[in-house]
Design a protein around this ligand. Structure first.
Ligand code: PGA
Length: 260
């Protein structure tokens, strides 16, 4: 089995932040990260597309990777309103969220489309952050593991490696609600995802990062980030506040001491 992966804290700004606010937020995060530069944690922020190129250039000299929130599965052509993965890469974007539950719900995206988007991201050399998670009624019906198993199988392409793919487990009912599963429930789902990834991708599956997302905040991050097989967090609301986001980054567990 591979060693524990370095955690990733990714901020998903969703459809928030006009130019001046977004630049101010990014500046606050970059400045706050500076003195804690030694903490072994990867950091990404996924602003709206209007800010991606400028923030990509602005943050190029920092350890913060700029991500996108979605992309087209197609390469180029007559697809009004769409943006290809290659265009994102060209604009300085390093990773792209695909299959977020808000896209699945608002735009009817299914696993086949999410898989195609993930493949488009991987083909550019960027990292795909692939989101999966059950709705409240699915959880109440005891279907969580079945839903997550099916979404993982359908949404993650065969090309996935630990170096280019991140899974985000985000229970839909926990997103933006202030509700979270218990630590045991998070551990159960992450353990299942890890086992499925290991079965399918062997060494890479042992090291692909599995983020938890859904109402992560400055108060609960410390405990969530210490659940087994939680390798970071996808943070929505709390990523719009630089102090809260920085606290979540600081709360990442220190790596195990070699040989211990
Ligand atoms: P939240 O959003 O942290 O506001 O719940 C998480 C997400 O949707 O990625």
């Amino acid at each position: 089995m591979a060693g524990t992966p370095i955690p990733l804290i990714a901020g998903n700004w969703k459809m928030n932040m006009v130019h001046s606010k977004g630049m101010g937020l990014a500046t606050g995060i970059a400045e706050g990260l500076d003195p804690i530069g030694m903490i072994p944690v990867d950091v990404a922020i996924c602003p709206p597309l209007t800010l991606a190129a400028e923030l990509g250039a602005f943050l190029a000299a920092t350890r913060i990777v700029v991500g996108a929130q979605d992309c087209s599965p197609l390469e180029e052509g007559a697809h009004t309103g769409d943006v290809s993965a290659n265009m994102l890469k060209n604009a300085g974007v390093g990773c792209c969220i695909v299959g977020h539950s808000e896209r699945r719900a608002d735009h009817g995206e299914d696993d086949i489309l999410v898989n195609a988007k993930a493949r488009a991201v991987l083909a550019t050399g960027m990292t795909a952050i692939i989101c999966i998670g059950e709705t409240e009624s699915q959880r109440d019906a005891g279907e969580t593991i079945d839903v997550v198993t099916k979404q993982l199988a359908g949404s993650v392409p065969d090309e996935a490696l630990n170096t280019n793919t991140v899974i985000a487990y985000e229970p839909v009912w926990a997103i933006g609600t202030g509700k979270t599963p218990t630590l045991e429930e998070i551990g159960e789902v992450h353990g299942k995802i890890r086992a499925l990834l290991y079965d399918r991708f062997d060494y890479d599956g042992a090291a692909i990062r599995i983020l938890y997302g859904g109402s992560v905040n400055a108060d609960n991050a410390h405990d969530i980030l210490r659940v087994e097989n939680v390798n970071g967090a996808l943070v929505g609301g709390a990523s719009l506040d630089s102090e809260a986001f920085l606290k979540i980054i600081r709360d990442c567990p220190a790596p195990p001491i070699p040989g211990s």
